[in-house]
Design a protein around this ligand. Sequence first.
Ligand code: HEM
Length: 201
Amino acid sequence: MQKILAWDWPVRIGHWLMVGGFILAWLTSESESLRLVHALAGATVMAVAVFRLVWGVIGTRTARFSDFVRRPAAVHTYLLGLLRLQPAHFTGHNPAGGWAILLLLGCALLAGASGWAIYNDLGGHWLEELHEGLASAMLLVVIVHLAGVFSGSVLHGENLVRAMLNGFKLGHREEAIPSARPLAAVALLLWTGATAWWLVR
Ligand code: HEM
């Protein structure tokens, strides 16, 4: 195996926008004076998640849902390998990580939509409870996600965080994606900025 381009720019920029938005939304969640910052951070996470759904269909091979959403049997086999400390190596997302990603995107969309409704004085106390519950569920999945990233990095001797930054992972030459798709990343940034602004205006 050698270092090959595995993550395109939209995947990487979208990921770190979601991380930044998620952290900022948590830090500002209790503050009345930072309500706008909280709403902007949440809207950013939601806008990226919407883009990611589309990119999961039309994006590069490793970005596609068809590449990383696998049957429960594959998740089971992967987790058994992980328990034996010998997980199978994947150039894209592993089968367990793939489901964590779906959960994260689902939580991002639902937490964002409920937050937007609250911001616009829709719903009542129950919606606020639901929004907080979704945010807590998301935090739980993020913790599991981080445990998966850490264990995968250690057991494969591969820095997965660095890979999410520079796009390069270990793999066979024929598994490399042909382009990092910089123009699609510009579209992601324009979409996210415009949507987040429109949602909180
Ligand atoms: C500092 C905290 C985080 C770190 C270090 C981190 C790191 C990573 C890494 C290394 C991957 C690639 C995993 C692989 O190789 O299969 C990944 C994927 C992913 N992470 Fe995180 N993550 C963090 C927080 C988050 C948060 C807060 C969210 C959601 C709000 C999130 C959502 C995702 C998603 C959706 C993917 C899939 C990327 C894609 O295919 O678009 N991550 N993360």
